[in-house]
Ligand binder design. Structure first.
Ligand SMILES: Cc1cc2nc3c(=O)[nH]c(=O)nc-3n(C[C@H](O)[C@H](O)[C@H](O)COP(=O)(O)OP(=O)(O)OC[C@H]3O[C@@H](n4cnc5c(N)ncnc54)[C@H](O)[C@@H]3O)c2cc1C
Length: 420
């Protein structure tokens, strides 16, 4: 058993932000036999919970709030983690190695882990502060939104990214009248290839969603029985809505770090072991920018559960003097209707896209190739082949395009040939 030389049983590790990243690192530190105090501070009233279902099964009412909880209270009790909820950290005093809480109170730390995540990006147009305009980041957001999900009501969703499309899928199934407004020429434009965007646009349109791309929303006005969304689409048009959901991405919560003088560039800048620009402060999860991501080897900020958990493992190892776990290719998922989309790697800069299966069906994989290597894959309803795709991407394997496309050649055989 090896401990970081500076830490003893009398040391305190403070974690700011009780999301999945914060909750994970808290218990992992104990698993790694850190013997000092672990204090997890979160401003929300909940134990760390899973956000992905907020726009999926939880929004649909298929699961209750209990099912969102990441680890039961007993897990923190067993690990002797001092969980303090409803506490917002206002300031990091780096000279005194002390946290100052909003409304009074403070805590001295020996090591600090910042895991403050992010908040929903607001649309800065006139009327964006009207009632009946929602976003989804927290349980309380969904609680406010859910009563509006009634058949026949008119919902306009601003943003055709994952969250917007997931909300559209839930709402149309409930019998609402759903319009999605996307500024880019296609949905999911930031994250996937045109083939996938086309596929999802078709699926949503067939389900009855009115998807409009290349539309910039210019403002909202209050109508007698709802909200009017002013949307500019080749000339200008206004759409009537009973309520609106804005899904245009996330703003990382970096202000606390910025005020403390830590290096921030989009997110809190961290190195290979998630150390920020202070030898006693680490940062993990959506609030971070990797100076050079361990797999991608470039500066990037990732927003995903796998990234948050991986960074938690890395920090727990770093603080307790253990070898750093290997960094995997980033991956992500999205559930819409009965389609499970799983993505691995980043496809930007690809030279060729190869489809295994057909985008006319509801089961296929898109592989992205660059210089002959598989750099990313998007799998729709191909759970076992996705595992193989992760390996192809993770090991940057070279596979000829015609073989990737040929469903008669099992993925296992492709891997064996590429590895051999
Ligand atoms: C609707 C939705 C759907 C998603 N779907 C997927 C998906 O399908 N797959 C996937 O991989 N990812 C998905 N994500 C992203 C994923 O949920 C995030 O990547 C993940 O939650 C990041 O965890 P985190 O702990 O870094 O941050 P967060 O979960 O944001 O947690 C940070 C916590 O810190 C608290 N905090 C902030 N500042 C302070 C402060 N000063 N003092 C005290 N507490 C503070 C915040 O209130 C928050 O509770 C989704 C996210 C949303 C919102």
């Amino acid at each position: 058993m090896s401990f970081s030389t500076e830490l003893s049983g009398a040391s305190t590790i403070a974690i700011v932000g009780a999301g999945q990243a914060g909750g994970e690192v808290a218990t992992l530190l104990r698993q790694n036999r850190f013997e000092g105090a672990i204090v997890l501070l979160g401003e929300e009233p909940h134990l760390p919970y899973l956000r992905p279902p907020l726009s999926k099964t939880y929004l649909a009412g298929e699961i209750g709030a209990d099912a969102l909880i990441y680890k039961a209270a007993v897990a923190y009790e067993k690990a002797n983690v001092d969980v303090r909820l409803g506490v917002r950290v206002e300031e990091i005093d780096r000279n005194a190695t002390r946290l100052v809480f909003e409304g009074g109170g403070s805590l001295n730390y020996d090591k600090l882990v910042i895991a403050t995540g992010g908040r929903a990006r607001e649309l800065s147009v006139p009327g964006a502060d009207l009632g009946n305009i929602f976003s989804i980041r927290k349980i309380s957001d969904v609680e406010a939104l859910r009563p509006h999900l009634e058949a026949g009501r008119r919902l306009v969703i601003v943003g055709g990214g994952y969250v917007g499309l997931e909300v559209a899928a839930v709402a149309i199934k409930r019998g609402l009248d759903v319009t999605v407004l996307e500024g880019a020429p296609r949905v999911l434009a930031r994250v996937t290839a045109p083939e996938l965007s086309k596929f999802y646009e078709r699926v949503h349109r067939e389900a009855g969603v009115d998807i409009r791309t290349g539309v910039s929303v210019t403002g909202f006005t209050a109508g007698p029985d709802g909200v009017s969304v002013g949307a500019v689409q080749s000339g200008g048009e206004s759409i009537a809505a009973d309520f609106v959901v804005i899904g245009i991405g996330l703003v990382p919560n970096t202000e606390l770090a910025e005020r403390a003088g830590l290096l921030v560039d989009g997110g809190i800048v961290v190195d290979d072991v998630c150390l920020a620009s202070d030898p006693d402060i680490y940062a993990i999860g959506d609030c971070t920018t990797h100076a050079s991501h361990g797999f991608l080897r470039r500066k990037i900020r990732l927003e995903s559960v796998p990234n948050a958990l991986e960074q938690a493992r890395i920090v727990a190892a770093a603080i307790t003097g253990r070898p750093s776990p290997a960094v995997a290719a980033p991956w992500f998922w999205s559930d819409q209707y009965d389609l499970k989309l799983q993505m691995v790697g980043l496809s930007d800069g690809y030279e060729q896209v190869v489809i295994r299966g057909s985008t006319d069906s509801s089961s296929f994989i898109a592989f992205y190739l660059k210089e002959g290597l598989v750099i990313a894959a998007d799998a729709v309803n191909r759970l076992s082949e996705f595992m193989a795709a992760k390996r192809l991407v993770g090991e940057r394997m070279a596979v000829p395009a015609d073989q990737l496309a040929d469903e008669a050649v099992p993925m296992k055989a492709l891997i064996a040939a590429a590895a051999g």
